[in-house]
Design a protein around this ligand. Structure first.
Ligand code: GAP
Length: 516
């Protein structure tokens, strides 16, 4: 076993693979993946995007904290989702429901009783635990399985009659593995001072249940008619057996979910519009499914993710989650493989009919249970996809100075809407008080409008590169001309072109450019 920084490389009895920060995969691609992910993880920590949780105590549960720039980036992603879903929509409303709910919610939803469990195997030698599908996929003996085993699918039903756990070994030490057993992913907690079953409940595992239990309240208070949608962003928790791939799979994460309630049959759909200019009379749940699936894909594309790095994956029936009639994943091509970042689900009447049954409240609408088309994305996973997609290295640098030529320049080509810092304010040099004074004046002018960072340390070239590395789209330099002409240079991150702009025009010019 040999170590490189935070990653560990192991040679096991049957193949060569890597793990560390939770990455696990095959040798052929490992150097590229480790290298790129390691650079992104390191950039995230160095520049204040993402820190390991409870680091001074050695870390905690593969959790992460979003640092000053990470929180801005994540908020910008959530804001972009919120406005995409809600702004200008006639029949879409928002909700912010509680994380802690009655435990009955989770009985009704099927998360306690049905399939919200992974199959777990443990190494008898090193006692490390793995999800069964990780072990199985690892040896490529069965087709790829979804992250979650669907209801009722267990090792006996894995579509390979030759499956035997004895044929698999611990990927870490090559030890023998235990028989698979179910492991429920709900995080249990107790409400109030007594820790008994009556006070037990669970941290929500998906945000949408808060929407279903408020179905009646929302319809009544907002006087909505089918079809309509409810959009919500919030934390969710799952006791993942193997969190990993940096922030890709964590135990605490944020979801951006929209639930579209529509008539189960086309004939009774009297629709209106999801977009203000669309007329979709008579649409079936299947039509809405396709509509939302394409809308969601467009959102990632609009925010700059390259088309070749995104794809749909129709989830095979045997892999469907317990509530789903149909599911399509939007997958992103991460350095560690194609992985789900969002799921589009046709949940049929599973949720409303079950909540009716368990609560004894009639949640029918005009005599039948509406169908639910759900778009369920992860704020953390999409943030990772946006970061990976934006990350570029330019060997020798883009600038022609000898200093730059020696280095690899990092450019984070984040969409302007998502970039955490919008403007950098840089006096040409820091030892000229009149330049510093003017630069601070311009900084004060812009700060109330845009997230602006003032930086006077190091050469101007280095400062540009520092801002490129965090994806800041615009850098303003205050130079000697500024003192005479009341103008500054405005540098574009992507083209590196600089043009002079009058100080008084800066707020307007920047506002326009940031909307482009
Ligand atoms: N309400 C449906 C639902 O929760 P899901 O496919 O289990 O569906 C939806 O999760 C999205 O939530 C995923 O596509 C992913 O972006 C995010 N997500 C799920 N589990 C996660 C985890 N352990 N860590 C980070 N994000 C996760």
């Amino acid at each position: 076993m040999f170590h490189i920084s935070c990653f560990m490389f192991h040679v096991s009895c049957f193949t060569f693979y890597v793990s560390g920060w939770g990455f696990t995969f095959h040798a052929s691609r490992f150097m590229i993946m480790v290298d790129l992910m390691q650079k992104i993880v390191s950039l995230c920590k160095r520049r204040g995007f993402i820190f390991p949780n409870s680091e001074i105590y050695g870390g905690f549960g593969s959790g992460y904290d979003f640092g000053p720039l990470g929180v801005e980036l994540k908020n910008n992603i959530k804001q972009a989702w919120h406005s995409e879903m809600l702004t200008g929509k006639d029949n879409m409303v928002g909700l912010d429901s509680a994380i802690l709910m009655s435990s009955k919610v989770w009985q009704a939803s099927g998360h306690l009783t049905a399939g919200f469990a992974d199959e777990l195997v443990e190494c008898k030698k090193c006692h490390k635990r793995f999800r069964l599908d990780e072990i199985v996929n690892f040896k490529s003996q069965v087709p790829r399985m979804r992250s979650r085993l669907p209801v009722g699918l267990h090792s006996k039903q894995i579509p390979n009659s030759k499956f035997k756990i004895q044929n698999f070994k611990c990927p870490d030490c090559g030890g023998e593995l235990t028989k698979p057993r179910k492991f429920n992913l709900m995080m249990k907690t107790f409400v109030g001072p007594v820790e008994d079953e009556a006070s037990a409940t669970y941290l929500r595992a998906e945000t949408c249940q808060g929407i279903y239990v408020n179905f009646e309240n929302i319809i009544n208070s907002m006087r909505l008619k089918l079809p309509f949608g409810v959009a919500q962003i919030g934390k969710a928790f799952r006791n993942e057996i193997t969190p990993g791939n940096f922030i890709y799979r964590t135990r605490e994460f944020e979801q951006m979910e929209m639930q579209w309630f529509c008539s189960p049959s086309a004939s009774r759909t009297t629709l209106i519009n999801a977009d203000s200019n669309a007329d979709k009379r008579g649409w079936t749940p299947d039509d809405w499914f396709d509509y939302w699936k394409n809308k969601r894909m467009d959102w990632y594309l609009k925010l700059g993710i390259r088309k070749e790095n995104l794809r749909f994956r129709e989830v095979p029936e045997k892999e469907l989650a317990h509530y789903a009639k149909r599911a399509v994943d939007i997958e992103y091509k991460f350095p560690f493989g194609w992985k789900e970042i969002e799921g589009i689900h046709n949940r049929g009447d599973w949720d409303l009919s079950n909540h009716s049954k368990y609560s004894n409240q009639d949640l029918k609408y005009e005599g039948s249970y509406p169908y639910i088309i759900e778009t369920s994305g992860g704020a953390d996973r999409s943030l990772l996809a946006f970061l990976v997609d934006a990350y570029q290295e330019i060997k020798g640098g883009r600038t022609k100075t000898t200093e730059a030529k020696k280095e690899v320049e990092v450019l984070l080509k984040l969409h302007r809407k998502l970039a955490p810092v919008k403007v950098a304010l840089l006096p040409l040099v820091k030892n000229k008080p009149e330049l510093v004074k003017k630069a601070k004046e311009v900084y004060k002018l812009l700060k109330p409008h845009f997230l602006t960072q003032y930086d006077e340390v190091d050469s101007i070239g280095r400062r540009y590169r520092r801002m490129d590395e965090v994806g800041c789209p615009f850098a303003i330099t205050v130079d000697f001309e500024t003192l005479k002409q009341e103008d500054v240079t405005l540098r574009d991150r992507d083209t590196m072109l600089q043009k002079r702009v009058k100080i008084k025009d800066l707020p307007k010019v920047l506002e326009k450019k940031l909307k482009e």
